[in-house]
Design a protein around this ligand. Structure first.
Ligand SMILES: Cc1cc2nc3c(=O)[nH]c(=O)nc-3n(C[C@H](O)[C@H](O)[C@H](O)COP(=O)(O)OP(=O)(O)OC[C@H]3O[C@@H](n4cnc5c(N)ncnc54)[C@H](O)[C@@H]3O)c2cc1C
Length: 244
């Protein structure tokens, strides 16, 4: 797959540690919600490092690709993308990549989304894609975050779920909850999945994305509730290591 050059046209801080980068890619072939790109940085001495980032934007015909990067303080690539990259910089990317962890606007079954941390990014592309395609398919999102200030796309999620009753959003906080929150901080568990997700008899397609242990546990719970393995699609945001 060829590397393309995208120009940074906008930057938006989503939280204190996460930034959305909007790229304009002239020869972009188009994408489907759920796919990702590889971004490659090359230093002046020729050393390069590539990392995968999910596409946050809905499919569009303008060659616009948005990614949202969460900064890992000791990371090699994410600090650069969240702190150094400036508007009009050029970034190398290749993609779109992925054919299984995708949602097509033609799908009519209920959709269960489960995100851990920055795992919300490809699921947000699905939510945006649903809206831009005018689909009224039922979407339920269960979003696990450390604390309220770590929520990505908070205002947009609120606006979309306020506008559309067929989109519901449930937050689960692992460390700090908002004041008077009914559930103590903790990981997603069986009771929460049972109370907030589609019954398996409706045969929802489930998309689970986040750090590897989170994905293992959430997909295990979905399976315990009778969702068949071929209806549970997963994307693991583990370290991608150096890839040239
Ligand atoms: C398909 C796919 C899609 C992804 N999409 C996104 C996305 O939309 N947004 C996003 O922010 N990230 C995403 N990632 C993760 C991303 O590719 C990088 O792993 C992440 O940005 C860290 O890179 P780094 O160079 O800053 O850290 P590195 O230098 O690679 O690692 C620094 C330290 O952090 C650990 N580490 C690396 N990655 C992670 C991680 N994801 N979680 C916890 N610890 C880690 C390493 O083991 C190491 O100890 C995705 C990964 C995959 C495989």
């Amino acid at each position: 797959m060829t590397w393309r050059v995208g120009t940074v046209v906008a930057l938006n801080d989503e939280t204190a540690t996460a930034r959305t980068i909007t790229l304009k890619v002239p020869d972009w072939p188009g994408h489907v919600a759920g796919q990702h790109v590889d971004v490659r940085l090359t230093a002046s001495d020729g050393y390069s490092a590539a990392r995968s980032y999910s596409i946050a934007s809905a499919p569009n015909s303008e060659g616009r690709v948005e990614i949202t990067v969460e900064r890992l303080p000791s990371g090699e690539v994410s600090p650069y993308l969240t702190q150094v990259v400036a508007v009009s910089d050029r970034l190398e990317l290749r993609g779109p990549i992925g054919g299984w962890f995708v949602w097509h606007a033609q799908q009519t079954e209920p959709i269960q989304l489960i995100a851990g941390g920055s795992g919300i990014v490809p699921l947000m592309a699905m939510i945006r894609s649903r809206a831009s395609a005018g689909s009224a398919v039922g979407f339920r999102l269960l979003y696990s975050v450390r604390e309220p200030s770590a929520i990505l796309y908070r205002d947009e999620l609120r606006a979309r779920s306020d506008q559309e009753r067929s989109l519901t959003v449930t937050y689960a906080y692992t460390r700090t909850t908002p004041k008077d929150w009914p559930r103590p901080p903790g990981r997603i568990d069986a009771a929460l999945v049972a109370n907030t997700s589609w019954p398996s008899k409706l045969s929802p397609t489930c998309y689970v994305c986040g750090p590897t242990p989170f994905v293992e546990s959430a997909s295990g719970l979905l399976s315990d509730f009778g969702n068949s393995p071929d209806k549970i699609r997963t994307e693991r945001f583990g370290p991608t290591g150096d890839r040239k």
